[in-house]
Design a binder for this molecule. Structure first.
Ligand SMILES: CC(C)(COP(=O)(O)OP(=O)(O)OC[C@H]1O[C@@H](n2cnc3c(N)ncnc32)[C@H](O)[C@@H]1OP(=O)(O)O)[C@@H](O)C(=O)NCCC(=O)NCCS
Length: 193
């Protein structure tokens, strides 16, 4: 149902704060080179949530979106260039199966013009169709821009643990967990009567 909803919804045009018209769509197999270029343009310390080392092989696998019920990636495209991505991560079983996790990344040349907020808004629209009740996002406490952007979309701080994380040089950083309760179709129907 999740993928069907997304396939029916995309591609869709969006207007950025500076007037640029872009397209939001699902990441596709043919995107491998484009997506690789995009990820390489983002400083390594900013994409640390992508755990394995970046290789074209890994990117090709990612672009195939072979497990959309576990990881569903949306991209924003401007002039045939990928300028942002947002991924909805789902666990198919276990205690957190009703909680999706969001990650988002914007190309350094396209920041501050709503790319991340528009992409996360799209994930907020898709998530209830994936059987999810909540979304969460994890950060190190220094990611103020990302934390503020998600606050603006309705996320709230669920937990902050000082010094819980360690960077490459083993320096401590705060762990921050944000979350949002999703309005399901049933709740929406009750709310509007
Ligand atoms: C966090 C990130 C995704 C934000 O992307 P973005 O497309 O620039 O964000 P948006 O333009 O949608 O909105 C973010 C808000 O922060 C502001 N902002 C963006 N870059 C900023 C900067 N360098 N300094 C201050 N404010 C900034 C925007 O103006 C906007 O606020 P506003 O609506 O009050 O003006 C991007 O900086 C990034 O990719 N960072 C590295 C990865 C990361 O931290 N991801 C989140 C963890 S999953």
């Amino acid at each position: 149902m999740c993928l069907e909803f997304a396939v029916a919804r995309y591609p869709t045009p969006v207007r950025l704060r500076d007037g640029k018209i872009c397209t939001v769509r699902l990441l596709e197999s043919e995107d491998a080179d484009r997506f690789y270029e995009f990820l390489k343009a983002v400083p390594e310390e900013e994409r640390l949530f992508i755990k394995p080392r970046l290789t074209l092989r890994l990117i090709r696998r990612w672009c195939r979106q072979s497990k959309p019920d576990e990881n569903l990636t949306l991209v924003m495209v401007h002039n045939d260039r990928i300028i942002g991505e947002a991924t909805l991560h789902q666990r198919t079983g276990g205690w957190k199966r009703h909680i999706g996790k969001v990650t988002v990344l914007t190309h350094p040349h396209y920041r501050g013009i709503d790319v991340a907020k528009l992409l996360v808004k799209e994930l907020l629209a898709i998530a209830p169709h994936c059987g999810l009740e909540r979304l969460e996002a994890e950060f190190n406490g220094e990611r103020q821009v990302a934390i503020r952007a998600l606050f603006q979309l309705g996320f709230e701080e669920l937990a902050r643990i000082p010094g819980y994380l360690r960077d490459m040089r083993f320096r401590p950083h705060d762990y921050v967990l944000l979350g949002i309760h999703l309005v399901t179709d049933e709740e929406y129907a009750v709310a509007v009567g």
